[in-house]
Design a protein around this ligand. Structure first.
Ligand SMILES: NC(=O)C1=CN([C@@H]2O[C@H](COP(=O)(O)OP(=O)(O)OC[C@H]3O[C@@H](n4cnc5c(N)ncnc54)[C@H](OP(=O)(O)O)[C@@H]3O)[C@@H](O)[C@H]2O)C=CC1
Ligand SMILES: [Mg+2]
Length: 382
């Protein structure tokens, strides 16, 4: 106990000398004094045994994560913006989270982040920041890109939190080029099993100009247990880098074609989450905005006129320069779904001069979170 307290105080001085806030520290200190702290006893974080299936209380996992992160600056506050409160709904909203979490192997071995300290990228702590973000918003549906710790971290932990997960790795993941990698990165889709039943699941290797590419998508049809309404959800991560705009556009066309079939010609309401690696000026964005699937991009609703995308969803400094781009989107069927609320983005001040990732935030992409409801509920309330 004394040793642990001494460590907490050492961490306190370290945090102060870094000029960071101390609220995490107070919480860790209180925990140490009040109980046999979770920081000493990482029951969930250190035993992600796939055979271990007892449910986890999200609050307890969050406490474990906070104990691991006690010497880091506190999480930034992000608020939900209410967008549609006039229409009452008899069912709880469906919360959807879209997030490129940054593959561990790419962050350490390929991305060339120039301002992010290497200590901020340590997996044992960074994974707690990622889990903390997921646990803070508790999405019903979670769509992730750049997942290279599915089997050892996210699948075992999230399944004990009540999620069913699906992972589809990239066929030639660039993670595999990195020494000591943890396997390929890919897309993952999780949904809460107490809210949805899986009706249909498809893994798609996207094509461009009739050729198979290195980019993938997962598309699932879910049935809401409360309303019996069906919902189709897709997650994707399109080809990165400038010079590949036509390639991304072709991949987007392939995904749209697949989605036409999987939604039975737009009959089933659809949500598409992705890191499209494309600004709104690109063809792939325009094709999604004008498709016969009648999709709209949820985060436009945060702009004053409801017509503009946010100024950024990804902000980083590489050795090659600073990159601030809007690349991530949550598309939804605009006639059958409404966005009731959306999580505001981090401000430039919160992101800080070194940009992302950082000690505060684990990825170079921000998470996007929206609450949806169906427009036509069977009981006719909305
Ligand atoms: N062995 C083989 O035959 C093959 C191997 N490969 C491997 O895959 C790699 C390419 O795969 P592909 O899927 O097309 O990759 P992408 O070009 O789509 O990028 C892969 C990752 O790199 C990140 N990234 C984007 N821009 C940069 C940058 N400027 N510097 C560093 N990282 C960046 C992206 O992150 P974000 O999305 O966040 O921007 C993305 O997650 C090749 O480099 C090779 O290693 C690929 C095909 C065949
Ligand atoms: Mg990346």
């Amino acid at each position: 106990m004394l040793n642990h307290l001494w460590q907490v105080f050492k961490d306190y001085y370290k945090a102060c000398s870094m000029g960071n806030g101390t609220s995490r520290l107070y919480s860790a200190l209180a925990k140490t004094l009040n109980s046999s702290a979770a920081s000493q006893h990482r029951e969930y974080l250190e035993s992600p045994d796939p055979e271990h299936l007892e449910p986890i209380d999200p609050k307890e996992l969050l406490e474990e994560c906070r104990a691991v992160l006690h010497s880091r600056p506190p999480r930034f506050q992000r608020d939900f913006v209410d967008l549609k409160t006039d229409c009452p709904s008899s069912h709880p909203p469906i919360r959807v989270m879209q997030w490129n979490i940054l593959a561990q192997a790419l962050g350490e071995g390929k991305d060339n982040f120039a301002q992010c300290p290497v200590e901020a990228l340590k997996w044992e702590e960074r994974k707690c920041l990622i889990l903390e973000e997921i646990l803070a918003y508790q999405p019903d549906i979670l769509c992730l890109q750049e997942v290279d710790h599915y089997f050892d971290t996210f699948q075992p932990l999230l399944s004990r939190l009540g999620y069913r997960g699906t992972f589809f790795p990239k066929p030639w993941s660039p993670c595999l080029d990195v020494e000591h990698n943890n396997g390929p990165d890919g897309c993952a889709l999780f949904f809460l099993q107490n809210r949805f039943k899986l009706v249909h699941s498809t893994n798609i290797r996207l094509t461009a100009m009739a050729l198979k590419t290195n980019q993938v998508a997962i598309v699932q049809t879910l049935e809401c247990k409360e309303s019996s309404q069906q919902l189709c959800v897709a997650v994707t991560h399109l080809k990165a880098r400038s010079g590949w705009e036509q390639f991304r556009s072709a991949q987007g066309c392939d995904l749209l074609r697949n989605l036409q079939n999987l939604t039975q010609g737009a009959k089933i309401p659809l949500i598409v989450c992705g890191d499209f690696n494309a600004e709104p000026t690109e063809d792939v964005y325009k094709n999604f905005a004008s498709s016969s699937l009648n999709l709209s991009s949820a985060y436009k609703l945060l702009s004053p006129d409801g017509q503009s995308e946010p100024p950024y969803t990804s902000w980083k400094i590489r050795t090659s320069g600073e990159y601030r781009h809007t690349l991530d989107y949550i598309w939804y069927s605009k006639h059958s779904l409404s966005v009731r609320a959306a999580l505001d983005l981090l401000t430039e001040e919160q992101i800080g001069a070194s940009r992302l990732p950082s000690f505060n935030y684990p990825s170079d992409h921000l998470s996007l979170v929206c609450d949806f409801s169906f427009n036509n509920e069977p009981d006719g309330l909305s």
